[in-house]
Design a protein around this ligand. Structure first.
Ligand code: HT7
Ligand code: ZN
Length: 854
């Protein structure tokens, strides 16, 4: 395989200051005429190299004259040029309706749209398809007016007109130079929800959310979120929008969540469409977060882009950090932090502990699409968060101002960002930079000594960064750890919160004035993305879960207590549940806690997270231990769960932090009640399912029933299917709920569902709803006979023919074979080998599968 190395970066030989694109749009055959003004970059004799993929040039002209001394080297079009500046024109024909990869120009729901990041533009026309070639684009589109009445592209609309034969045209100009990956157009039959936003300098921006007409009523939440995002970025980062128009288009077939094309964001419809009947609170939250994320890219990604794809976290890590801040400001910051850490642990920690581990700034890749990972995004965001913590809010803001000012209009690097952090604050981040280059989750061991009657406590810290593929040894990193001590007897703080910058392998810190036995609260707010190993007893963890003043640390103590109990249960077959039950009871009884926080705090860690704590994962033992604890918590606290269940949220549905929290706690209570096997619970769940005026409660009830054996189970599934058969996004939930079921027959059910008339590999959302969900269902996927592994491999091999990117994204569960017993590991490896040996495999799936075997 061809491996691209970060160290091989060279500036582009030719620049393209101006690009004019003329599209003659048609689903079967689209003509693309590209006119590039090119200038030689430096003193060299290199020809012009234009990337292409899947097409051949119909014509090539230089300065208006057709030439024939061009050649194809692989898929690159190579054009010898003699002067310093030329006008190069090419023409190609492409077939959007045969584009199943959903990269480049493709058809979705009868409309035409584009996806160019990372390397999709080359599937549209010949171009230096790399992020450090910034060009000003002018676009003209012609299309059949009845089929494609709406024609959108980046930037500002210039003019429109009608043509003979029922066709029409539109021209758009984008005044901001941009890399080709930010190019976009949409042609379709779309309705629009319009709004306006007046920026702080008084510019009125026309906002539009474009969807199929039947979905128009589901766009208000996204439009509202967009306005909130625009105001937030002005207030928090001083960033103002810069065009007169900001459009968002929702499409049903999309490889990712959304795309930040300049002035024309294109979204997976699941991150736009919402109403109470079809979207859960979680969906509403996700829509606001993704709308914000894409909007924030206008500065962190578009105005300042990446020099090369190794710098991807420059825009993605920073933008995730920004969208996390936005979401935290919309409701409970504590709950948002808990959710973010939970998803970091669910997706990034396992990635960093497995064969696909890579640094936040990778050194090599085969297929860049495989590097849109939790490490680049979520761990990248944690790196920004740590720098913000080290600098403090004022210096961090000064540093981001400096970064935005200095690099506006350029393609920058992660190093540029860190250098701004240093320059604006005076901090020395030389050792901190290791976070960008060293993969793996650091482990920190912490223990505290205190001599009874003395006034001094000694905190011993040690860090170890584990080996990862290609990085056998590591240097100690800078870990910002927020720490506080609490008195075990008085339940009051003994110290202020201290920020410790752990930078050596071992360090000892002394706290004076500690007059009673201290209980250690560490990594408060999850100030560093590390695994803390401490010798805190169950009693101390229960104490912190009740008394810590940092809500994240309070949640974390409860999680650790639950984890320790579950690990003991999985290893020994039984465990003492009393401490957990008492701590849960205490949390439920605390009148000062809000429902949203309580709901998160009393939830058990997932099977997979328990597995991550074990050297060898035994999925069945973990499941049994978790079920046993769940049942005990349910039975012993049944009265409290019934009380919580009876505290009904507002009807009709209101999406607000308070009502959301109430619904969440009520549904968590329903889950615990279901674990008790009390005779009335299935009827309770079915009644909730039937009467709910919102999808949050309906789906929660469905999940409860689907996980059980009650006769209401099939009725609920059938009713749900009948009600939502025409709604693809809700039908995804029907598939997903069954793929996540905690029943013995889930692998068989999932195999059957793959043959269902509504299942299709062509739609990424549908593929993810079944295959992706099944891959994270630890017990079902790891069924001992290997049926789950076989199913996944069969599906990936088939999906790879259509959509390699989506196939490659779904592979990682198979790569975790080292963590399982010999029997399972052999079965998993056999499926990986079968994938790698498949003729015609894509580069995407090959890279993931072959690395997973190493
Ligand atoms: N920057 C966007 C990335 C993206 C993407 C990457 C690979 C293939 C398809 C894709 N669609 C969008 C999304 C974001 O992070 O905002
Ligand atoms: Zn992004």
């Amino acid at each position: 395989p061809v491996v691209i190395l970060r160290e091989d970066y060279r500036p582009p030989a030719w620049l393209v200051p101006e690009t004019r694109l003329v599209f003659d749009l048609d689903a079967h055959a689209t003509r693309v005429h590209a006119i590039l003004s090119v200038t030689r970059n430096g003193d060299h004799g290199e020809p012009l190299r234009l990337d292409g993929a899947g097409q051949t040039p119909l014509s090539v002209t230089v300065d208006g004259i057709a030439i024939d001394d061009w050649r194809l080297e692989g898929e690159q079009l190579v054009i010898p040029l003699s002067g310093g500046q030329h006008r190069v024109e090419t023409e190609v024909e492409i077939a959007p309706d045969r584009n199943t990869q959903l990269m480049g120009l493709y058809a979705s729901g009868g409309n035409l749209c584009t996806q160019c990041e990372a390397e999709g533009f080359r599937r549209i026309t010949y171009f230096p398809d790399r992020p450090d070639v910034l060009s000003r684009y002018a676009v003209r589109m012609t299309a059949d007016k009845a089929r494609y009445p709406v024609l959108l592209a980046n930037g500002d609309p210039i003019a429109t007109g009608d043509l003979d034969g029922g066709r029409h045209w539109a021209e758009w100009n984008d005044p901001f130079p941009k890399p080709s990956y930010l190019f976009a157009l949409v042609a379709g039959d779309l309705a629009v929800n319009r709004g306006t936003f007046t920026t702080r300098s008084g510019r009125e921006v026309a906002l539009g959310i474009w969807v199929r007409a039947a979905d128009l009523a589901k766009t208000d939440h996204a439009l509202h979120a967009l306005k909130l995002s625009m105001a937030w970025d002005e207030r928090v980062y001083g960033r103002e929008y810069d065009l007169d128009v900001f459009n968002i288009v929702a499409v049903d077939d999309f490889n990712f969540g959304a795309m930040e094309n300049k002035g024309l964001n294109i979204f997976n419809s699941r991150y736009i469409l919402a109403d109470a009947d079809t979207a859960t609170d979680h969906d509403y939250d996700g829509i606001a977060a993704v709308v914000a994320h894409e909007y924030f890219h206008n500065w962190s990604g578009n105005r300042i882009t990446c020099r090369d794809w190794f710098q991807l976290s420059l825009k993605e890590g920073f933008t995730v950090y920004r969208d996390q801040g936005f979401s935290a400001d919309q409701g409970s910051a504590a709950v948002k932090r808990i959710e973010d850490v939970r998803s970091l642990r669910a997706a990034q920690f396992p990635e960093d502990a497995g064969p696909l581990s890579h640094p936040v700034r990778p050194d090599a890749y085969q297929e860049i699409s495989n590097f849109y990972t939790a490490t680049i995004y979520n761990k990248g965001a944690e790196l920004i968060r740590m720098m913000a913590t080290i600098l403090g809010p004022a210096a961090f803001r000064a540093a981001t101002d400096l970064y935005f000012d200095r690099f506006d209009g350029t393609a920058a690097t992660c190093e540029d960002f860190v250098a701004c952090m240093e320059e604006a604050s005076g901090a020395d981040l030389s050792q901190f930079r290791l976070w960008y280059g060293q993969a793996g989750t650091p482990r920190v061991s912490a223990s505290i000594d205190h001599v009874a009657g003395g006034g001094r406590a000694t905190l011993r810290l040690a860090q170890r960064v584990p080996p990862t593929p290609g990085q056998p040894t590591k240097r100690p990193m800078v870990l910002p750890l927020k720490v506080r001590l609490f008195g075990a007897e008085t339940a009051t703080p003994l110290t202020d919160e201290r920020l410790i910058l752990l930078s050596d392998a071992d360090e000892t810190l002394v706290f004076e004035g500690v007059t009673e036995r201290p209980v250690l609260s560490i990594n408060r707010g999850f100030s560093a993305p590390v695994i803390v190993e401490s010798d805190r007893s169950a009693a101390d963890l229960a104490f912190l879960s009740a008394h810590d003043d940092d809500p994240f640390a309070r949640y974390e103590a409860m999680q650790q207590l639950m984890l320790d109990t579950l690990v003991a249960g999985a290893i020994e077959g039984r465990a003492d549940h009393d401490a957990v039950i008492a701590a849960v009871a205490h949390t439920l009884d605390d009148p000062d806690l809000d429902a949203a926080f309580v709901a998160e705090a009393v939830l058990l860690p997932s099977d997979a997270f328990v597995g991550d704590q074990l050297a060898l994962v035994d999925p069945d033992a973990i499941f049994r231990a978790r079920e046993a604890l769940r049942r005990d918590i349910g039975v012993q606290l049944q009265d409290r769960w019934r009380l919580a269940y009876d505290r009904a949220p507002a009807v009709p549905y209101v999406y607000s932090p308070t009502e959301k929290g109430k619904r969440r706690l009520r549904n968590v209570a329903l889950g615990y009640l279901a674990a008790t096997d009390a005779a009335d619970v299935a009827a309770l769940a079915f009644e909730q399912f039937r009467a709910a005026d919102n999808m949050t409660d309906r789906q929660a009830a469905l999940t409860t029933l689907v996980n059980g054996d009650a006769e209401e189970r099939q009725a609920a599934l059938d009713l749900f299917y009948a009600r939502y058969a025409d709604n693809a996004l809700v039908l995804d939930k029907w598939f997903q709920t069954q793929a996540l079921a905690t029943r013995d027959d889930t692998a068989a059910v999932v195999t059957r569902l793959a043959a269902h008339a509504d299942f299709s590999l062509a739609n990424p959302n549908r593929a993810r709803s079944l295959i992706g969900a099944f891959g994270v269902n630890q017990r079902a996927f790891h069924q001992a006979d290997g049926a789950g592994y076989r199913f996944l491999a069969d599906q990936l091999i088939a999906l790879d023919q259509l959509n390699p990117q989506t196939a490659a994204k779904l592979l990682p569960p198979l790569g975790r074979w080292r963590r399982f017993d010999q029997g399972r590991a052999a079965l998993m490896r056999a499926e990986l080998e079968r994938i790698v040996a498949t003729p015609g495999l894509s580069r995407d799936l090959f890279e993931q599968a072959s690395k997973s075997l190493e």
